[in-house]
Design a protein around this ligand. Structure first.
Ligand code: O2Y
Ligand code: MN
Length: 599
């Protein structure tokens, strides 16, 4: 392919000289290329084609057991100054990091093809979209990027001769000696050899040693959140870890809503929710990331920068997410699920009885009584957004969709009510700064307690979280308050004294969405409380689910327990200390005001 973009051509040559691949392939993004790549991986034993009568166009991959998820402790932000990375990023000096990584990259693609993947985050040509180029030695990355983003010749066309692009280098970190047979999931098996590095000032990403998900598909978390977060701060927009929903009320009025929920809080399920309320319709624009810019009318417009979903498979069922179940019936890549004897896939929590025998995600024989899960807990599906049954027709509108409300929330057994409407933009940002989920020490190697996760961005921060929160506050000054989205704090996870969830969740969450939409249109009833506006008694529609939740239980999860909130304030103050003098003054004021309202 003839490259018009001289800087791009020079960079490809520079990386080729460093990584020393056997050959270079510039991805054109065609269907033929996708199919050819899959065939190469099937022939090499890296991929398994599923039974076309059961799952047409679907393939299974099994990763190395050391390479199954994002590696937060090997994710680095190499800003020039350490203080710009702040308390939530692993900072490394950029020059030292580059020197170390250059040694690893030297000859790392020997025996492999170096793929050059031009990709667009967002519809090509949208004023909100941005272009990246990922160089990778993984054909698995190429086919996943082909689903998750727009790739190939059309992107090079949009880039022209001198367009800007984010430089992304990725290697699995396993060069092949002459005649050496490749493993089924090449990677650098030791955790200290994995690097997910970001150079925010240079808009550059260097990833090494992992072939999995967020570590390797560099358009997603690395570009669309960490690097784009810095671009958004500098250019005056928002790059957020948010789903985007379209809601149509029974009168046909449409509302678009974004939602920030930490990982493993059912974000994909909410993005594809099937409302249980008659007359209400919910459609999907995006399930993970939203880029928002002000339109000329002063409203925030959001695009989904991705083109596919990289969803967690275990727990996905006809009950939790019927749309995803339909979506993954065809043309989907599965990673780390069980393979049944008839060539289909199986996973825990799918609502389908376990077969008597299958091959588990590690490639071993599995029976229901063997005491091991068949699918890894972070097993994934990669599937085109366009084939999601609930996808909204305008999901690729280059202008984006105007956002009326932003949901924020986490997994909290107590204190945080089912839904709480912020008093104004700054109060909403305050709620965003304190949101988070309860963790258990065992789950992810963290101390038990609340892991505060501002706007669900903690693992995806590309710069100082204090500056990030200030950027949110500044964004609110750029438009009239009536045009800004209203911010709602939601919590589906309140538990009773027997540790059972009180709110039925899943499709019933549409009842909370209904109240939010009614508030936006001015008819929803609320009571003012010290923490925000909560649904008035009877304002959440429980029609038809009286057997699942009583008015008394609902009242319990809409209660403001003063003692718990005073404890919460102690914990928030402790957490705010880490921001030092970069804690925005407006947030200290919000905290003081909350304390006063409670006392
Ligand atoms: O473990 C990974 O590499 C994937 S993480 C992920 C994937 C899709 C959407 N969200 C997430 C996340 O961790 O938030
Ligand atoms: Mn996510």
């Amino acid at each position: 392919m003839n490259l018009k973009h001289k800087e791009l051509a020079a960079w490809i040559e520079e990386v080729r000289e460093m990584c020393k691949p056997d050959s270079v392939h510039i991805a054109d993004g065609s269907k033929e290329e996708y199919n050819k790549m899959l065939q190469i991986m099937i022939d090499a034993g890296l991929a398994t084609a599923l039974n076309p009568e059961k799952r047409p166009g679907c393939f299974l991959f099994r990763s190395h057991p050391s390479d199954v998820a994002r590696v937060e402790n090997r994710t680095f932000i190499a800003s020039k100054k350490q203080e710009d990375a702040g308390p939530d990023c692993n900072w490394v000096d950029p020059e030292e990091l580059k020197a170390d990584m250059r040694k690893l990259y030297d000859g790392c693609m020997k025996g492999r093809v170096m793929y050059v993947i031009p990709f667009s985050m967002g519809p090509i040509g949208s004023p909100i979209s941005k272009i990246g180029v990922e160089i990778s030695d993984s054909p698995y990355v190429v086919i996943n990027m082909a689903i998750m983003t727009r790739i190939g010749e059309k992107v090079l066309g949009a880039l022209g001769a001198d367009g800007e692009f984010v430089r992304c280098i990725h290697s699995v970190g396993k060069p092949l000696n002459d005649g050496e047979k490749d493993s089924s999931w090449p990677c650098a098996p030791s955790i200290d050899q994995k690097y997910i590095s970001h150079f925010p000032e240079e808009r550059t990403i260097w990833s090494y040693g992992s072939g999995y998900g967020g570590n390797a598909l560099l358009g997603k978390k690395c570009f669309a959140l960490r690097i784009a977060g810095v671009q958004a701060r500098d250019e005056g927009w928002l790059a957020e870890h948010m789903l985007i929903l379209k809601i149509t009320d029974p009168a046909g009025k449409v509302y678009y809503i974004c939602g920030a929920l930490p990982s493993f809080c059912g974000k994909t399920n909410l993005a594809m929710v099937v409302p249980t309320l008659p007359g209400w319709k919910v459609e999907t624009i995006g399930d993970d990331i939203a880029w928002m810019k002000f339109g000329e009318d002063g409203r925030l417009y959001a695009i989904n920068p991705e083109a596919g979903f990289f969803g967690v498979v275990p727990g996905t069922s006809a009950q939790s997410n019927p749309n995803a179940m339909k979506q993954i019936e065809r043309d989907t890549i599965f990673t780390n699920v069980g393979l049944t004897d008839d060539g289909d896939v199986w996973w825990e929590g799918g609502g389908i009885p376990a077969p008597e025998h299958l091959i588990d995600w590690e490639g071993n024989d599995w029976t229901p009584d063997c005491g091991r899960p068949a699918a890894h807990a972070n097993a994934r599906f990669t599937s085109p957004a366009a084939q999601c049954p609930s996808i909204a027709p305008e999901w690729e509108d280059p202008a984006g969709v105007p956002i009326s409300a932003i949901l924020i929330g986490g997994r909290r057994g107590g204190t945080i009510p089912l839904v709480n409407e912020s008093l104004d933009w700054n109060h909403g940002v305050f709620l965003g700064s304190i949101m988070g989920s309860e963790t258990t020490a065992a789950a992810i190697g963290l101390a038990a307690g609340v892991r505060r996760d501002p706007f669900a961005m903690l693992p995806f921060m590309g710069y100082h979280t204090g500056d990030y929160l200030q950027h949110w506050l500044n964004t609110g000054k750029k438009s009239d308050s009536g045009k800004l989205p209203k911010i709602y704090f939601v919590n589906w996870f309140r538990k009773d004294e027997n540790d059972k969830f009180i709110w039925p969740g899943f499709g019933e969450n549409s009842r909370v969405l209904k109240w939010i939409v009614e508030r936006l249109s001015g008819i929803g009833e609320a009571v003012e409380t010290p923490i925000g506006n909560l649904p008035a008694p009877g304002a959440i529609d429980l029609c038809g689910i009286e057997d699942k939740i009583s008015e008394e239980s609902l009242a319990k999860i809409l209660d403001v327990d003063k003692a718990s909130w005073l404890e919460e304030i102690v914990s928030i103050k402790e957490n705010y200390k880490k921001f030092g003098d970069r804690l925005p003054e407006e947030l200290s004021e919000q905290l003081d005001a909350l304390e006063k309202r409670l006392s």
